[in-house]
Design a protein around this ligand. Structure first.
Ligand SMILES: N[C@@H](CCC(=O)N[C@@H](CS)C(=O)NCC(=O)O)C(=O)O
Length: 216
């Protein structure tokens, strides 16, 4: 298999973490693109993903773009029943959380950390205080839902990490940066869950360098 990814990307991190979690690293070639240099904007890559975005998985003749289906494809390919249960009730539950994170939870984190972390890293101007405030309001609204859900469980589907945690938690590193301004201290269960995720070997293996270090 071949995985196209990039650095400092929660979407890339989640698929790389699943690759490690499922023991697929040995049979996966990882191609890292430098997006700033536009390495993803070639005609060859457009053939693989017409959106010209990463991550993308290529498995023989099969090409798959979008991080969440890539994670589920890898799980099913490995028969990883515990990590990504296949019964329809649990699949629907997984689908619910991964739809929610794309549209709400991680969008809010992304909106905040674009201003507070990424703009500085990519040299794209000053943070916009209004956008940070709007992102924080959104984050509070959706983090409250996750906080309540995590009141009596360590992970999203129960007592073990699953593909749902790797998707919903994909922005953990960005949110945990001291400069992120993501109001995590108001949500202790979410904060503890992010920290729990960071201790998983597959997650730790894919931890990004802090932007300040990465920029040096
Ligand atoms: N919904 C997509 C998002 C992919 C995405 O936005 N990738 C970014 C990196 S995190 C990218 O490739 N950006 C390059 C561009 O838009 O030109 C997924 O989940 O895979």
């Amino acid at each position: 298999m071949k995985l196209y990814v990039t650095d400092l990307s929660p979407n890339s991190r989640r698929v790389l973490a699943v690759m490690h979690q499922l023991g697929l690293a040995g049979e996966t070639e990882v191609q890292k693109f430098n997006l700033v240099e536009g390495q993803h904007r070639s005609e060859d890559f457009r053939e693989i993903n017409p959106n010209m975005k990463v991550p993308v998985l290529v498995d023989g003749d099969f090409k798959l773009w979008e991080a969440n289906p890539i994670m589920i494809y890898m799980s099913d390919r490995q028969g990883a029943e515990e990590f990504c249960p296949s019964d329809s009730a649990t699949r629907i539950e997984i689908l619910r959380w991964i739809s929610w994170e794309v549209q709400h939870f991680n969008r809010a984190i992304g909106d905040i950390t674009w201003e507070t972390v990424a703009k500085q890293f990519f040299n794209m101007g000053e943070p916009d205080a209004e956008k940070i405030k709007a992102g924080q309001e959104n984050f509070r609204r959706f983090a409250a839902v996750l906080e309540e859900h995590l009141a009596d469980r360590d992970f999203i589907l129960g007592d073990k990490p699953t593909v749902a945690d790797f998707a919903v938690g994909s922005h953990s590193a960005l949110a945990l940066y001291p400069q992120s301004q993501v109001p995590l201290l108001e949500f202790p269960k979410v904060l503890a869950w992010f920290q729990r995720l960071e201790t998983l070997p597959a997650w730790a293996k894919t931890a990004p360098q802090a932007p300040a270090e990465a920029a040096e």
